[in-house]
Design a protein around this ligand. Structure first.
Ligand SMILES: Nc1ncnc2c1ncn2[C@@H]1O[C@H](COP(=O)(O)OP(=O)(O)OP(=O)(O)O)[C@@H](O)[C@H]1O
Length: 323
């Protein structure tokens, strides 16, 4: 497959061109309310393998509507009125996501593309153990997997996100918010997806816990090679995390560039305004924070727990009065 390297879709400078994993073309989503709300307008972009694409924009600009429509999680009155979303599978097959039937969709979600949304930690079933909830995903999607392999895989993903596997026997209420969100990320990783959509995944958490989780996401992306669409209104965070950033305004992408270009030379007046609204970007931190060619930003590396047990340490730190 020939990579799509048109200006609005090219990977960040200095990174090897990667094949696309997701292509969105001229997507329109309208809430058929009275009056109708045209929440996503003619949006086009390409997500490349292993890339972190940040989606920035103020509240109500359509970020979540776009994310839900890509994954077909939108519900009436949200209506995809036109456009296409194509998933380019590892095996070379192209999937037209808007045309998938219910059963195909069920197989597609979690296994090829998974989503972690804001407050996902509250989506865990309070009366079922973490183990049962993780295993349930495997039982549904990998019915031939042995019990032993299921357990091993659940322990493996928990370890990947820094949660001690012994926590598997816990119930959600026994875990801190940060740990629960890590469990949700583990669940999203279970089936080795090629794309993860993260919609404000850490917004509800305190800054240290948030940093720890973001660092883990960056490390996992390096290790496992999935691509991420990361949604937040927190532009400084996106500048640290993303390869490219798409800036949304009233349902449209008004600028899509390498994170560093958005930071140094934002073209669109709204992107400039958005940058100016974060004083710390132009204040004492001054310089752009990413290492050249490296995903892990300095600020994240310096301040956060990592590895198995990191979430437990977060718990201790939270209990120890960090908040
Ligand atoms: N069920 C609905 N019916 C009508 N309009 C809706 C509905 N849900 C969202 N909208 C409108 O669609 C637009 C886009 O909303 P959306 O939630 O996608 O924005 P967002 O950028 O994700 O905001 P936030 O950052 O606050 O989550 C907004 O104008 C919102 O009011």
């Amino acid at each position: 497959m020939t990579p799509d390297l048109s200006p609005d879709t090219a990977p960040a400078p200095g990174t090897a061109p990667q094949a696309p994993v997701l292509t969105v073309r001229d997507l329109n989503v309208v809430y058929q309310s009275d009056p109708p709300v045209h929440a996503v307008r003619d949006i086009s972009f390409t997500l490349h393998r292993g890339e972190i694409l940040g989606l920035a924009g103020e509240s109500g600009c359509g970020k979540s509507t776009l994310a839900y429509a890509i994954n077909r999680l939108h519900e009436w009155p949200a209506d995809v009125t036109s456009g296409s979303v194509t998933f380019h599978d590892r095996d070379g097959q192209d999937l037209d996501l808007l045309a998938l039937g219910r059963e195909q969709l069920r197989r597609f979600r979690w296994s090829k593309l998974s989503m972690v949304f804001q407050g996902a930690m509250n989506a865990l079933n309070p009366v079922t153990s973490v183990r049962a909830q993780l295993e349930d995903v495997l039982t549904t999607h990998r019915p031939g997997m042995s019990k032993q392999d299921r357990r091993a895989r659940c322990a493996e993903v928990l370890e990947l996100v820094g949660v001690e596997p012994r926590r598997m026997n816990s119930y959600p209420h026994e875990l801190s918010g940060g740990m629960r969100q890590r469990v949700m990320i583990a669940m999203a990783l279970l089936l080795d997806p090629q794309v993860m959509i993260m919609d404000e995944p850490t917004t509800a958490l305190d800054v240290l816990v948030q940093r720890g989780i973001l660092r883990e996401i960056l490390r996992l992306r390096e290790e496992l090679g999935f691509a991420v669409i990361f949604i937040t209104h927190d532009l400084p965070l996106l500048l640290e995390l993303s390869d490219r950033i798409a800036v949304m305004l009233r349902g449209e992408i008004v600028e899509c560039e390498a994170a560093e270009t958005i930071y140094r030379q934002p073209r669109h007046p709204y992107a400039r305004r958005l940058l100016d609204s974060f004083p710390r970007l132009t204040g004492e931190r001054g310089a752009f924070l990413r290492d050249d060619g490296q995903a892990a930003p300095k600020t994240v590396r310096d301040t956060t727990p990592t590895g198995p047990g990191a979430a437990d340490r977060e718990q201790v730190r939270s209990d120890g009065g960090v908040r």
